[in-house]
Design a protein. Structure first.
Length: 71
């Protein structure tokens, strides 16, 4: 299984604000995952603190590599 998270950040925001928003998104969705079976096909839209859709997470049945060395 592979967990995918894709979030678009506003490049016009200052770096501190982008980091704060990404941290909030990761904390929220990390804490919310226990509500899902985490099986291939599961997923949901990701919203920012202004409740705008900024991305999506999903579970696939595919495994991939992580990192430059494939580990």
């Amino acid at each position: 299984m592979q967990f995918l998270l894709e979030v678009t950040v506003d490049p016009a925001q200052p770096p501190e604000e982008r980091a704060r928003e990404l941290g909030r998104i990761l904390r929220y969705w990390g804490g919310n995952l226990h509500h899902y079976a985490l099986e291939p096909g599961d997923g949901s839209a990701v919203h920012d603190s202004s409740y705008r859709e900024v991305g999506r997470w999903s579970i696939t049945g595919t495994t991939g590599t992580t990192g430059a060395d494939g580990a």
